[in-house]
Design a protein around this ligand. Structure first.
Ligand code: F6P
Length: 295
């Protein structure tokens, strides 16, 4: 059986563990497309010839590289990718929503595919868990824990901007876990008098305060300016948590999720004959069949 794996979109901690499982199962019959759908389009496809996936199993990133490939959404790009995909018995894609759609399109064109949700944003539809989310939240918590003592010592307020693209899950979870003072996940949440009341109350009793901001809502400096208009005495710092959310080593819980997704994917590849998304719902890994209407 010729199995082709690719990791698409932004990298997510846990991807390498899934690749290691695929390698253990299919050994040197496993092929990989370098940098996601871009490798599929450009025929940048190689057979695994060493133990690279095993060496990297517990590391973040992807040992076969990732990319965001808008060309795959074009007619020409898709046609090239499809031609190369047809040389394999099954294509395993790890990625987020865009990758899900790519998989579905391949399945509809008659190529057997398996999709595994892997995006720190945890925003794949009808799915409770995507690889990378736990590590991303954990990385935010670590950054916050290692920042707050300094904020506290200097009697300041701090705004932490977290990733998530347009999904509030990382921000909400980090807000609750870090017991922050204010959460902004939409423009509607921005109420400066309320923010100032909260941070002022804390400042007046000698306590630091923190605000969790989801990215793509508002610039952190705009919040700082508006707080200072109402409360000039307070020093407000900004921390963009950034790619440590993707680059941190997968947590032990992440690695267990990766193993669960990989086992279910291998079961679907070897025991079934259709195309599936491997999803996690109500504490279980489940198979959702891709419809092949246009086959
Ligand atoms: O989709 C994952 C993600 O990390 C988002 O949370 C973020 O908006 C985006 O990717 C950042 O992408 P890049 O690394 O390409 O800047």
């Amino acid at each position: 059986m010729r199995v082709l794996a690719l990791t698409s979109g932004g990298d997510a901690p846990g991807m390498n563990m899934v690749l290691a499982y695929l390698f253990v199962k299919f050994k040197f019959k496993l092929y990989v497309a370098r940098a996601g759908f871009r490798g599929l389009i450009n025929n940048d496809i190689t057979k695994i010839t060493d133990f690279e996936p095993l060496k990297n199993a517990k590391k973040a990133g992807s040992c076969i590289k990732c990319s965001r490939c808008s060309a795959f959404a074009t007619e020409e790009g898709f046609a090239k990718g499809l031609e190369n995909a047809k040389r394999f018995d099954i294509i395993v894609v790890l990625g987020g929503n865009g990758s899900y759609r790519g998989c579905q399109q391949l399945a509809e064109s008659g190529v057997r595919t398996i999709f595994i949700p892997a995006t720190i944003d945890n925003d794949v539809a009808n799915n409770d868990y995507s690889l990378g989310y736990h590590t991303a939240v954990d990385a935010c918590e670590n950054t916050i824990n290692n920042t707050m003592p300094s904020i506290d010592a200097m009697d300041r307020c701090v705004i932490f901007e977290v990733m998530g693209r347009h999904c509030p899950r990382i921000a909400s979870c980090v807000y609750h876990k870090s017991q922050a003072d204010y959460l902004i996940t939409s423009k509607k949440d921005i109420n400066y008098p309320k923010i100032v009341e909260i941070v002022k109350n804390k400042h007046e009793i000698g306590q630091a305060s923190s605000i969790i901001l989801q990215e793509n809502i508002i610039k952190m400096q705009t919040i700082v300016k508006n707080i200072n208009k109402l409360y000039p005495e307070l020093e407000v710092c900004t921390v963009k948590i950034g790619h440590v959310q993707r680059g941190s080593a997968p947590t032990s819980i992440e690695l267990e999720f990766a193993k669960g997704f990989a086992r279910k994917a291998i079961e679907a590849i070897t025991k079934k004959d259709k195309s599936y998304a491997i999803l996690y719902r109500q504490n279980k890994f489940v198979l959702e069949e891709f419809k092949e209407e246009n086959k």
